[in-house]
Design a protein around this ligand. Structure first.
Ligand SMILES: Nc1ncnc2c1ncn2[C@@H]1O[C@H](COP(=O)(O)OP(=O)(O)O)[C@@H](O)[C@H]1O
Ligand SMILES: [Mg+2]
Length: 225
């Protein structure tokens, strides 16, 4: 479903070029459940932003469903991001002036294309399934961290994406709640067939996924040391 071919991303810091990731060759297949494990600064978030089409590679190609995404214009790119990919972040990234339900429905609001299902019904279904339906009219700062992450996952799923990219999704949670969130992501992969990629610096988190990719100094390595 998504393939990275010799992908590099560098940032210009003054006169210096910082290579955040380089020579990445990675293919992720439909319905996979995998993690990208690496220490802080190894390039995990950069890799996730590249896969999520939030950043453009400085070198190499990203192919989604056989299409080279560099050939897409900004409209096509934002459409693909909105309908194909769902994002989950460490700090939840919910909007505090919107309720739980409004947060979940936000990607629908920003979608420029026709939605072929009832978004309200889907939001209710997801909230019930995730055990946050009773909190639907609460604001994010009035619910627990675990509940906030469930809201963020429901928001990521609202457009029925094929791919969920989660950057340190348990990083701000205690270990028990983190485990619940990982189990939820695992269930979604199994029941909805959505591809899940978890980015983490914790071996224990990576262990929960079916496949592990190790990254060090911006490169994929065979072993995690
Ligand atoms: N916007 C940016 N500008 C400059 N350097 C960056 C930027 N984003 C990331 N980097 C650098 O790229 C490297 C990888 O960062 P990052 O992808 O955030 O790693 P990780 O998520 O594994 O901690 C780091 O050295 C970081 O400082
Ligand atoms: Mg990071």
């Amino acid at each position: 479903m998504i393939k990275l071919v010799n992908v590099c991303k560098s940032y210009q810091l003054g006169n210096e070029e910082v290579k955040a990731v380089c020579n990445i060759n990675l293919e992720i297949k439909e319905k996979e459940f995998l993690s990208i494990l690496g220490s802080s600064g190894s390039g995990k978030s950069t890799l996730m932003y590249l896969m999520g089409l939030l950043e453009k590679p400085t070198k190499g190609k990203i192919i989604i469903d056989g299409k080279d995404v560099s050939k897409l214009d900004d409209n096509e790119l934002s459409h693909l991001r909105n309908r194909y990919i769902g994002f989950v972040f460490q700090s939840f990234n919910l909007i505090n002036r919107y309720t739980v339900k409004e947060n979940i429905l936000l990607p629908i609001k920003y979608s420029k294309t026709k939605i072929e299902f009832d978004p309200e019904e889907r939001a209710d279904y997801l909230m019930k399934r995730f055990g946050i339906y009773e909190r639907r009219n609460f604001f994010p700062n009035k619910i627990s961290g675990g509940q906030q992450q469930r809201v963020a996952i429901a928001r990521a799923l609202i457009t029925k994406p094929k791919l969920i990219l989660a950057d340190e999704p348990t990083g701000n949670l205690d270990s028990k709640t983190g485990e619940e969130i990982l189990n939820l992501l695992k269930e979604l992969n199994k029941d909805f067939g959505v591809t899940v990629v978890i980015v983490t610096h914790e071996r224990e988190v990576a262990k929960k996924t079916k496949r592990q990719i190790f990254i060090k100094d911006g490169q994929i390595v065979k072993k995690y040391l």
